[in-house]
Design a protein around this ligand. Structure first.
Ligand code: HEC
Length: 102
């Protein structure tokens, strides 16, 4: 009993560390200039993005590509510029983080 409780705490701490690391990545890559987790800024909130693409096949590829290359027309008229400071691997990591925010 005690042991499994400890395990839960450890796993819980691990998960929130990962979430924090990715929030920091989003911040350091300037995503938060136009996005916020819970509300629309210039771009849609990350929670809305997670809700929209939840369970969709291929969404991760599509979104990771859109982050690095930019694009428009999905959420409104305002385009997202290409984020050339983000590598493909980082874009994927950011999408995976966004999808946990739902
Ligand atoms: C200059 C402002 C700006 C910056 C910086 C920015 N975004 Fe965006 N983002 C937008 C806008 C505007 C949209 C909506 C585009 C559309 O309607 O197709 C968007 C859309 C998105 C989407 C949803 C795409 C879709 O097709 O549904 C994701 C995911 C996303 N951004 C992630 C990021 C991440 C991660 C970063 C940081 C690397 C980032 N954005 C940086 C403005 C920005």
């Amino acid at each position: 009993m005690k042991r499994s409780l400890l395990l839960c705490l450890l796993i819980g701490a691990g998960v929130s560390n990962i979430a924090l690391a990715d929030a920091n990545l989003a911040r350091s890559k300037n995503c938060m200039a136009c996005h916020a987790v819970g509300n629309k800024v210039l771009g849609p909130s990350f929670k809305d993005i997670a809700t929209r693409y939840k369970g969709q096949k291929g969404a991760e590829d599509k979104l990771a590509q859109k982050i690095t290359k930019g694009g428009s027309g999905t959420w409104g008229a305002v385009p997202m510029p290409a984020n050339t400071q983000v590598s493909d691997a980082e874009a994927r990591q950011l999408v995976q983080w966004i999808m946990t925010l739902n």
